[in-house]
Design a protein around this ligand. Sequence first.
Ligand code: FA5
Length: 366
Amino acid sequence: MEITALTDFSSAAIEQAFAEVLADAQASIAAPSFDAEAFRLEWLGRKQGRLKALSDAWLKTAPVEAKKLIGQRFNALKEQIETALENAGSLNAKASAATLDISLPGSAQSLGAEHPLIKTMAEIVDVFKRMGYSLRLGPEVENDFNNFESLNFPPNHPARDTQDTLVLADQEKRPLRERLLMRTHTSPVQIRSMLSEEPPLQLVIPGKVHRNEAADATHSPIFHQVEGLCVGPKVTFSDLKGTLDHAMKALFGSSVKTRFFPSFFPFTEPSADVQISCIFCGGKGCRKCKHSGWIELLGCGMVDPNVFEAVNQRRIELGREPAYDPAKISGFAFGMGVDRITMMKYGISDIGLLYSGDTRFLAQFA
Ligand code: FA5
């Protein structure tokens, strides 16, 4: 409502004008679109409220003899509007209490569940824990010595190209072995453990790793590995074969067979790739195993004596006993990609889905 200046200052005209304003305010309060806060601002706002405008228009310009009555009516109007607003508030609260229907279904809080990657990683770790292995973890930001040099990847050696590396910025001034990078595999935790612990060791090492690789259906720049390390006197390749054969049977079923092929990793000698008989066709040949009956699952080998030498050298630098004499100590190591095992287990065709954070996808595995 526009507030127009009063021209008639008789008491009847003043009463009439104030009654119209009150009726207008009451109509707003009764309207279905009533919003208490908006109303309060519109009517009672200190600077731009309608009552302020009213006081400017009527009270200030009134002749002296009418000022007293207009002042009294103005105060009464303010109180009437405030009371109406308060009543509307408590009526609203009562109305909403009255419409609370406790028989309606509630809004369910959905429970979270383990991510399939984490579930698979925990299952693998568990198999090795049951064989007496202890859990070790390491940082994702690693130094060059632990990730490469000590693992027999010499500086500038082409073997480093097999693990395209994300390096941290502004490291050039540091000696190469101290430069920081995102670990490309879980193997540096082998080194960290041997630097701080004495043999014998039986360790299982799960974790996230990073490579500067383009993503496709089977490659992700971030993925997960589980590593194993067993070091002690007289640890042999037969121990490695027996351990992995048992682990694969525990993971994929007792009828699964394993076979070992010569391979190469700088830090193991000899090295092998391990295949398991296809879990989908039992080894008969199908699309999943490209009709070969076998699926390649992990890399392994006997710890290269150069790795023990590098560990001993560093232990001496750190003031520790060189406890890993390759003449007295031997060991095996293995490493597997958790993402691809998860994909195989759950029939997931695109690795990207594991990192999409899409709850519609993840809910299937809860
Ligand atoms: C290694 O990383 C070795 N450290 C494993 C090892 C440990 C061998 C101990 C011997 C002894 P490799 O680069 O092949 O090896 O990676 C191991 C596994 O990680 C692969 O078999 C594969 O399953 C997985 N992997 C590698 N790159 C990717 C990627 N971009 N996305 C998803 N999984 C990957």
